[in-house]
Ligand binder design. Structure first.
Ligand code: AR6
Length: 192
């Protein structure tokens, strides 16, 4: 790629556990408005972080759907946790607009905190019922749209719990193509 090209944001889609991403500055928690622990991502993050995470987060609640807040990472191997509240599919409308807003707010907070890297789970696709393929398209489109305007964030990783979901995200990323201020990279942690 040309030397004069703007700094690139690398987007990765990997299979894994969002609570075990030691090489990123922040991990995103798929939270509920009260920022309490729960199933899935929030359960894994709060378990690994320990009770200090909820103690720090609680005064920041309630968080509106589509919004996000940032805290320390406590027992997690990262610097920060960004807690975002995705839409409950079929209830919170417009679903795509709210999911895009989650991704945008997380990137804004990461960039404001001068973070270089952030890992997202597939927000809303578990307990909140958002179809994975649609969520992948919305989330990736939002990251790609915002990437050229980011000052600090250079790496965005989507961490998918199942291989099937990783493929869905990877395919959605491929469909968007590359070369507009971002670069797509895929890595399977289990293949080294
Ligand atoms: N790492 C990465 N992805 C995971 C993990 C993990 N450890 N565990 C599950 N997933 P969810 P939501 C996937 O339910 O839909 C909570 O109870 C999972 O397979 O965590 O936004 C909160 O407290 C799915 O694809 O988040 C809220 O009440 C995706 O992560 C509510 O659930 C998101 O699933 C939020 O629901």
């Amino acid at each position: 790629m040309s030397m004069s090209a703007p700094p690139r944001v690398v987007i990765e889609c990997v299979r894994g556990d969002i609570a075990v991403q030691p090489d990123v500055d922040a991990v995103v928690c798929a939270a509920n408005p009260h920022l309490t622990t729960g199933a899935g991502v929030a359960g894994a993050i709060h378990r690994a972080a320990g009770p200090g995470l909820y103690r720090e987060a609680a005064p920041l609640a309630p968080v509106r759907t589509g919004d996000a807040v940032i805290t320390g990472a406590h027992g997690l191997p990262n610097r920060h946790v960004i807690h975002t509240v995705g839409p409950v599919y079929g209830r919170d409308e417009p679903a795509a607009g709210l999911l895009a807003s989650c991704c945008r707010r997380c990137l804004e907070l990461a960039d404001q905190a001068r973070l270089e890297s952030v890992a997202f789970p597939a927000i809303s696709t578990g307990v909140y019922g958002y179809p994975v393929a649609e969520a992948a398209r919305v989330s990736l489109a939002t990251v790609l749209e915002l990437a050229p305007g980011l000052h600090h964030v250079r790496r965005v990783r989507f961490v998918l719990w199942s291989e099937e979901d990783r493929k869905v995200f990877s395919r959605a990323l491929e469909e968007r193509g590359t070369g507009v201020g971002h670069e797509a990279a895929r890595r399977d942690p289990e293949s080294g």
